[in-house]
Design a protein around this ligand. Structure first.
Ligand SMILES: [Ca+2]
Length: 340
């Protein structure tokens, strides 16, 4: 999945900045340096999350509001309207809005995707993390409040589409917020980034967790959802050039760290929903599942309506994963992990 590297990692900052100003297509100028993700390669589940955490931490913390370079000036660059550099694009409203209306009551302000009240609590570095911030219409931002992300429930008495008159492509219900389709994947990958970056290590940072246990999400916990929906949004709205550019800019000019799931979208599943990975291995298959699933059995069937049978394998524990190789004979074959 790695994109072509146009410039080497030791290219000077000044030169890269010059290129950024001059090049019309500057999307590929800041791929991750060679080896950036090596520590996470081949891992799954908690081991992969831990490895990615080490890779992207710590980062250069951008002040929330003070100084020349702060989160507002950063968003004016990161989310600038490509067709009008006086404007930013608002995330849910999908509107081009003058940068000059920042902090005005009918203008735009800074939206926290992972709500501030769910574990961030206005504390740096998570409060000012640029991967979690987007420009938003001030009124739409208030309407979203701290609702978690999910598909809206049409049967809910508080179901509304549009969610707000200034966010025509968003919908909402009593407890959740559904953004426009074109940003669903972007949001999912940002939430996954937050759960990787903030793990309670060091101890003055929050441990943020993505969950399907919706009733537990509140200002008293560090939880955010909905995991299953975010996994689906990630699949349905793949990484695009704008998102890669944003990732590159944060890495080069602001925080010095990257969102692994923009660079390696195929790692969302092994990191957050590993289950059983079935990989091609020459003429056979390699099966891999997280080490914490001790005593699990792999089962197989070759048609939809036949019974599942246990695959006779002896898996080998390889630090973080169980692994087994099998011969691949059937054209159509299903595998599942039976947890005991
Ligand atoms: Ca998108």
């Amino acid at each position: 999945m790695a994109r072509k590297t146009s410039y080497t990692a030791h290219t000077s900052w000044r030169f890269r900045y010059y290129m950024a100003l001059c090049a019309s297509a500057w999307a590929a100028f800041a791929d991750p340096p060679s080896g950036y993700y090596d520590f996470a390669e081949g891992k799954i589940g908690p081991a992969m999350r831990q490895a990615l955490h080490v890779i992207i931490s710590p980062h250069r913390v951008i002040p929330y509001g003070l100084g020349l370079t702060n989160t507002t000036s950063a968003l004016m660059k990161l989310d600038e309207d490509p067709s009008n550099t006086n404007n930013v694009i608002l995330l849910y409203a999908r509107r081009s809005e003058p940068k000059a209306t920042f902090a005005q009551s009918n203008g735009w302000n800074r939206e926290h995707l992972w709500p501030n009240s769910y574990g961030i609590d206005s504390r740096p570095p998570s409060y000012s993390d640029l991967f979690n911030l987007r420009p938003e219409d001030a009124n739409v931002n208030s309407a979203r409040g701290n609702k978690f992300y999910d598909e809206s429930n049409l049967l809910d008495l508080n179901y509304r589409r549009p969610a707000h008159l200034e966010a025509l492509l968003a919908s909402t219900d009593t407890d959740s917020w559904e953004p426009p389709d074109e940003v669903k994947g972007d949001i999912a990958r940002s939430i996954f980034y937050m759960a990787i970056r903030y793990t309670g290590r060091p101890t003055n940072e929050p441990a943020l967790l993505v969950t399907d246990d919706l009733v537990q999400i509140s200002g008293a916990t560090n939880l955010m959802g909905r995991l299953t929906t975010l996994l689906r949004w990630h699949m349905n709205d793949p990484v695009d050039e704008g998102e890669r550019r944003r990732n590159d800019l944060i890495y080069l000019y602001y925080q010095g760290n990257r969102n692994p799931f923009v660079d390696r979208p195929e790692w969302v599943r092994p990191a957050f929903n590993p289950g059983l990975l079935v990989l091609r291995d020459g003429t056979g298959l390699k099966l891999r599942w997280p080490a914490e699933f001790v005593d699990a059995e792999v089962e197989n069937r070759n048609l939809f309506d036949t019974a599942w049978t246990v695959v006779p394998i002896v898996p080998v524990l390889k630090i973080n994963v169980w692994e087994a190789s099998i011969t691949f004979t059937q054209q159509l074959s299903f595998y599942r992990l039976h947890l005991r």
